[in-house]
Every structure is written in structure tokens, then in C-alpha cells.
Design a protein around this ligand. Structure first.
Ligand SMILES: Cc1cc2nc3c(=O)[nH]c(=O)nc-3n(C[C@H](O)[C@H](O)[C@H](O)COP(=O)(O)OP(=O)(O)OC[C@H]3O[C@@H](n4cnc5c(N)ncnc54)[C@H](O)[C@@H]3O)c2cc1C
Length: 425
């Protein structure tokens, strides 16, 4: 049965309330054009646009309850009826799904260390569930990394090593991952919320007919239901939402890089390496790799940097980043930024730290002219030492910082640079 939604004409008062609550603007009010009718308008729903979110149904039911409280009027409202398709996955046997899987991302044949963060989260889950911790490695000439992943905690590594995976093509990677999921039936699947992870995890979720929590920063296993509780910032970081995937398997999530520590390496750990046969001829891949153009960026990458100097709106002008770069180069640090400076075009997006930017975990984070709103803190609050330079002693970051320096950054930063240079000589 396909999803259905319709309006019971006799119950609709044409009040228009449902039009306001519809998030996709698929409801309109039409004239009834009928003689002797009490209500002149009628709600009309475009079922092709409807996302079946239930908002209009709940709204109409709520109006019914309100009306009933004042004037009993049971013949109106409750006018929208929605019938949702029962998912094929509802009846899956969840007990068949075992193991916590982590996707080991590689770029240009080199393993990305985010896998060690995923193994931390996945390892705890595997322990709580008493199930195996597995990793999936897809690429070309990557088998050499399997033992390293075992050394970092995996019990088993599925290796899909094939020339067709030399360059990342999300269709091919997603197809390979989905085939393996269907064959092996993992219970949970964690992927990095990197550009690559985000791109193909959503495809995998659709192809494997399951749900995914994107960009999660906290995880827990419910001991009763054995379900994964994946928590992520929502509404601009003002709320933390815990998302469950009750009826589909595997439960999937992407994990925000730098949100968890890395598992330590124990050289020579025992584990299984499973070489998975790959047959791309079965797949219908519509995209092909054409060319890779690396970014010409000589500055240090912020996500891996041990020291980061960040500039905010307090710089007042794009040229202010020259001062941030001077301090960064004196310290051998990477340059980061708050979102308003990126939005204003003062510095490229790759430097943005925060909820909609990157997460960093440096040993030292120097924030210059950054107030410290929650969305910025989401990307840097786990830095070991935070230094805030700000004119306003009451700015949130001045309160959070390990060391708060009150004053004008244009006066303070040149003095700090001088002192560092003196100390170096
Ligand atoms: C959905 C959503 C996502 C967001 N994502 C991000 C994100 O990823 N990253 C992010 O950073 N923000 C993000 N934001 C924006 C965030 O809410 C803040 O607006 C932003 O972080 C503020 O940046 P700021 O601290 O540079 O600017 P402001 O809040 O304007 O702070 C400027 C600071 O500079 C100080 N100052 C001014 N002049 C000087 C001076 N001469 N010397 C010293 N100090 C001075 C001021 O006292 C002030 O504290 C997001 C917002 C939303 C709604």
C-alpha cells in the first residue's frame, strides 16, 4: 500500500490552520463553490508534495479537542486522514543482526585516522552488547592497513580491495557496502561525518532500507532494548536530540570527527582479516571518476593541528586575518575562524570551526575576537588549553577559557608575537 492522505470534506471547516503548519506548503484552501454550505473553503492536499509528516493531522485533531472543550462540536475537525505504508523492514528479525561495524575511510590510498575515533565509540558499544567490533575497509591496495585497524581494537576487518575503488565514487562504494550489509547483517554501522562519509552513508542507508543519524556526538546503548541512542546537536546547537532507529537494521550513524579520543595501538593484536570478493559488473554505476585536483593550500589543516589560532568578528575587517596568520606562523599553528568571518568572505570555509564547520581538538586554541556562542564552542570546546583574547570580559569564551586576556586584539597580538619571538631567540 502506498502512503495516502485525504481530507474528509464534511468535517473540514476551511479554517486554514493546516496550511500554516505544513512544512512543505502542500496544502491550500479552495472555494467549495457549493450552494447552501456552512463553510465556504475546503483544505486541498497535494499528495505528490506531501512528506507524510503528520503535522496537519495532529493540528486538525488539536483544534477538534479545543473546540470540544468550549462548544461540543464533534462533527467538525479530525478532517485529515493519513494512511502510512507499513515498511517492509518492520517485520525483520532483529536478532539476526550482530556486530558493531566502523567504516575505515581512506583517501588516496592512505588511512584516515578518524577510524580510531570510531573504534572508540564502536568498541564501547560492542562491549555493552557483547558483540564483535568490526571494520570495513574499501579501496585499492589498502589491505596493508587491516592489521593496523586490528591493532587499534577491531576484532575483524572486512577488506574490499579492488582497482574500481582506487578513487572515491560514492555510487560504487555505497553499492559495495550495501551488498556486504545484506550478506553479513551488522547490528550497528558507524561512519565518519567527513565529506566522503556523509556522501555515501546516506546512499547506504537508503539502499539498505534503514535510518541514519547524521553528525552524532554522543552515543549510548540502551541495556533493555539493545538499541543505539545517537545524540546530535539540533536547532543550531540549542538542543541535543537523541535519535533512535527502532524498526530497521543496521542502526546507522555518522560520527563527528574529533568528538572522541582515538583508541591506543596495541601492536600485534589478534583479529581476522576477511577479503571480500568484489564484482562491479553487477552494479549499475552512472558516475565515473574523471580527475582529482588537490586544493592548493599551504596552510596547516585545522582538524589535525596541535595548535590553532582563530579569528572572529572582533577582527572588524578581512585584513585582520593577517595578524592571526602572523601569530599562527610564529607558533607553527593553523588558522581558524568563526562563522561570521567566513560568511563575510574574509576567509574560506575550510577554516571555519563550529557546529556547521569543523571540529578541532588541539592542545592549544587561541580565540581572538570570538565571543564563544554555543555553535562555535561545539567545534572547539575539547581543546586542551583555550586562550581567549577579547575586549569584553563577560564574553562566554572569556569565562570558559583556561586563560582570558582582556583587551584590544590589535594591541595585544603584536605584543604576544614579540614575546614569543623573544623567548625563541
Ligand atoms: C545553525 C547555526 C550554525 C552556526 N554554526 C556556527 C559555526 O559553525 N561556527 C561559528 O563560529 N558560529 C556558528 N554560528 C554562529 C554563532 O551563533 C555566532 O553568531 C558566531 O559564532 C559569532 O562569531 P564571533 O564570536 O566571531 O562574533 P561575535 O559574537 O560578534 O563576537 C565578536 C567578539 O569580538 C570581541 N571584540 C570586538 N572587537 C574586539 C577587539 N578589537 N579586540 C578584542 N575583542 C574584540 C567582542 O567583544 C565579541 O565578544 C552558527 C549559528 C547558527 C544559527
Amino acid at each position: 500500500m502506498a502512503n495516502e492522505i485525504f481530507v474528509i470534506k464534511e468535517r473540514c471547516t476551511g479554517c486554514g490552520s493546516c496550511v500554516k503548519v505544513c512544512p512543505v506548503n502542500c496544502i491550500s484552501m479552495a472555494d467549495r463553490n457549493e450552494p447552501n454550505v456552512r463553510w465556504k473553503k475546503l483544505a486541498v492536499i497535494d499528495a505528490n508534495k506531501c512528506v507524510f509528516c503528520n503535522a496537519c493531522v495532529l493540528d486538525c485533531d488539536k483544534l477538534f479537542d479545543k473546540t470540544k472543550a468550549k462548544v461540543p462540536n464533534p462533527e467538525f475537525f479530525h478532517a485529515i486522514v493519513m494512511k502510512k505504508e507499513e515498511s517492509a523492514a518492520v517485520n525483520i528479525d532483529q536478532t539476526q543482526y550482530k556486530g558493531v561495524w566502523c567504516y575505515a575511510e581512506q583517501r588516496h590510498g592512505k588511512i584516515v585516522p578518524t577510524i580510531y575515533e570510531l573504534l572508540t565509540v564502536g568498541g564501547q558499544m560492542a562491549k555493552d552488547l557483547n558483540e564483535e567490533l568490526c571494520a570495513v575497509l574499501i579501496g585499492h591496495n589498502v589491505t596493508q592497513y587491516a592489521q593496523d585497524i586490528i591493532d587499534h581494537g577491531a576484532d575483524k576487518v572486512y577488506v574490499l580491495d579492488h582497482p574500481s575503488f582506487e578513487h572515491f565514487v560514492d555510487e560504487a562504494y555505497a553499492q559495495a557496502m550495501t551488498d556486504l550489509i545484506k550478506q553479513e547483517k551488522p547490528n550497528k554501522l558507524l561512519m565518519p561525518a567527513s565529506i566522503i562519509g556523509r556522501s555515501f552513508s546516506s546512499r547506504v542507508a537508503i539502499m539498505a532500507n534503514t535510518g541514519i543519524t547524521a553528525d552524532a556526538t554522543e552515543f549510548a546503548i540502551d541495556p533493555k532494548t539493545r538499541m543505539m541512542h545517537a545524540t546530535r546537536p539540533s536547532f543550531g546547537g540549542n538542543l541535543m536530540a537523541t535519535i533512535l532507529c527502532e524498526r530497521h537494521r543496521p542502526e546507522m550513524a555518522t560520527v563527528r570527527p574529533m568528538s572522541f579520543p582515538r583508541t591506543p595501538k596495541v601492536a600485534g593484536r589478534q583479529g581476522k582479516v576477511i577479503n571480500v570478493a568484489v564484482d562491479p559488473s553487477k552494479w549499475n554505476i552512472r558516475t565515473k571518476f574523471v580527475e582529482y585536483k588537490p586544493e592548493t593550500n599551504e596552510q596547516v589543516d585545522i582538524t589535525g593541528a596541535e595548535k590553532v589560532v582563530a579569528g572572529g568578528r572582533g577582527l572588524g575587517k578581512p585584513e585582520g586575518f593577517k595578524l592571526i596568520e602572523d601569530l599562527a606562523s610564529t607558533l607553527g599553528a593553523a588558522v581558524a575562524a568563526s562563522r561570521p568571518t567566513v560568511d563575510a568572505g574574509w576567509i574560506p570555509y575550510r577554516h571555519q570551526v563550529g557546529l556547521t564547520g569543523r571540529t578541532v581538538r588541539p592542545k592549544l586554541y587561541i580565540a581572538c575576537g570570538i565571543s564563544g556562542q554555543i555553535q562555535h564552542l561545539a567545534g572547539m570546546s575539547s581543546a586542551e588549553t583555550i586562550v581567549a583574547i577579547n575586549k569584553d570580559p563577560d564574553a562566554p569564551l572569556m569565562k570558559l577559557a583556561t586563560l582570558s586576556v582582556e583587551g584590544d586584539l590589535y594591541e595585544l597580538i603584536p605584543l604576544i608575537i614579540k614575546e614569543i619571538q623573544k623567548a625563541k631567540n
